[in-house]
Design a protein around this ligand. Structure first.
Ligand code: UD1
Length: 421
């Protein structure tokens, strides 16, 4: 297994291009199942999670062509002849469950393996199931698979989610585009990836209003057609690289970044003493005046502070002046990076969903273990600011969500290299 070696030290300066959003692409790709005509995505990120989704869609009979080194994904749902999403693929990635809504809507049936446990928490699918059942689906769990069918076709319904789940919102919205009648989805997730999905579905002929607000209204249509859609900028990759100059000092411009994607996060950076300014090309982040200040952070659904930036923010706060309290409200087990950061000299106490970080002057390099996608990049960020060398092991997690991390960070002056196993 490859690892990443980081040598801490100097300030970072220059530009980093931000890719298309992994989480948007992972819901846009299954949307191709809703039509017989091709869907082309531009600005797709080149990541192993995208390869896993490609493998899953191909196993269903979809044709997928990756062009321009994978940045363009051309997909055709014309030849889909299988509605069985197999455990061997689904277990690799939870987002595989996003084929459930589209398969059910177009073919009236689907068998989708439950994704199983995930390092950061239980992540059940009850909200997806209740929503689709309200639209007339019959769903039962047998042999680890959700067996779903809807003999008379899906019907529009009024659905209120108990929690604004991103995945449940995506599955229900995709299913509702081909249902008979109107679906009103209340307490829907408001993430930019949901808005991006709805934009793409509208290009395909869907009638959707209200995305980005808590209530989405979908008027079902008979069929969707082909389209070309650019994937929205990855706000989590954006926030991650915004933290690089914040932690190391210097000034970095994140190409393609927009404040609107990371507003709650920018408020916390501002409170910590980091300057963020909008430019013609993106966002410029600088840390000039000494140590950052401690800030408290609570993760929430969008527009709140994203759980997917919590680990990276913790890496910043490890060397802040004062004590910060981080509350994780989305996933129950998402502080696995804390003991690894502690090995680097951080002072962190974790009690349930709360982590208290007492800032230290400086971290020290150490061999550490990446436990999940965002945790791995938090260790790289910490290593960039630490004294000496940090070796981050198990970097396959990183390949799921960050393309060319070594190239992007070394482009702004970081000392970082990938060590092949
Ligand atoms: C998506 C993102 C992930 C991000 C998360 C929260 C993708 C591919 N992944 O994951 O990176 O961290 O949103 O912003 O887009 N829940 C239930 N029942 C359900 C569904 C969810 O209880 O049926 C709970 C989960 O256990 C979790 C919370 O709701 O505690 C949030 O989950 P959800 O918003 O669904 O996240 P994902 O769509 O899995």
């Amino acid at each position: 297994m490859d690892s990443i070696l980081v040598k801490g030290g100097g300030a970072l300066n220059g530009q980093i291009p931000i890719a298309g959003a992994k989480n948007a692409c992972l819901t846009l790709m299954p949307a191709a199942l809703l039509s017989e005509e091709p869907l082309t995505l531009t600005n797709a990120p080149r990541l192993s999670d995208i390869k896993t989704m490609t493998e899953l869609l191909q196993s269903l009979g979809a044709e997928i062509t990756a062009l321009q080194e994978g940045q363009v994904q051309a997909m055709s749902g014309y030849g889909v002849n299988n509605t069985h999403a197999d455990y061997e693929i689904v277990r690799k990635m939870r987002a595989s469950n996003l084929v459930l809504g589209p398969l059910l809507a177009r073919f009236g049936q689907a068998e989708v393996s439950l994704p199983g446990g995930c390092a950061i928490g239980a992540r059940p699918m009850d909200l997806h199931i209740h929503g689709l059942e309200a639209m007339g689906a019959e769903i039962e769990l047998r042999d680890g698979y959700l067996h779903a069918k809807v003999p008379g076709g899906l019907k529009g319904a009024e659905i209120e989610l108990g929690f604004a789940s991103v995945g449940a919102t995506e599955n229900i919205v995709m299913a509702a585009t081909l249902a008979k009648g109107t679906t009103v989805l209340k307490n829907a997730a408001r993430e930019p990836e949901i808005v991006d999905l709805c934009d793409c579905l509208r290009r395909m002929g869907a009638e959707i209003e209200g995305d980005g607000s808590p209530t989405i209204v979908i008027q079902g249509v008979d069929r969707l057609h082909g389209a070309t859609h650019p994937v929205v900028t990855d706000r989590i990759e954006l926030g991650t690289y915004m933290l690089a100059p914040a932690i190391c000092g210097g000034e970095v411009e994140l190409l393609g970044g927009r404040i609107g994607l990371v507003e709650a996060f920018c408020e916390k950076l501002d409170a910590a003493g980091i300057s963020v300014t909008e430019t013609d090309k993106g966002l410029k982040v600088a840390r000039k005046n000494g140590r950052v200040k401690a800030v408290d952070v609570t993760t929430e659904p969008f527009p709140g502070f994203p759980t997917d930036l919590q680990a990276q923010m913790m890496a910043l706060l490890c060397t802040a002046e004062g004590t910060s309290v981080l509350e994780e409200k989305i996933f129950e087990n998402r502080f696995m990076h804390a003991p690894e950061l502690t090995r680097m000299g951080a002072q962190i106490e974790v009690h349930g969903g709360t982590a208290t970080v007492h800032g230290v002057e400086r971290l020290k390099g150490a061999p550490v273990m990446a436990t999940d996608l965002r945790a791995s990049v938090s260790l790289i960020l910490a290593g960039l600011a630490a004294e000496g060398e940090t070796l981050v092991n198990r970097v396959y997690h990183l390949d799921r969500g960050y393309e060319q991390v070594v190239r992007k960070l070394s482009g702004v002056g970081a000392q970082i290299e990938r060590i092949k196993s």
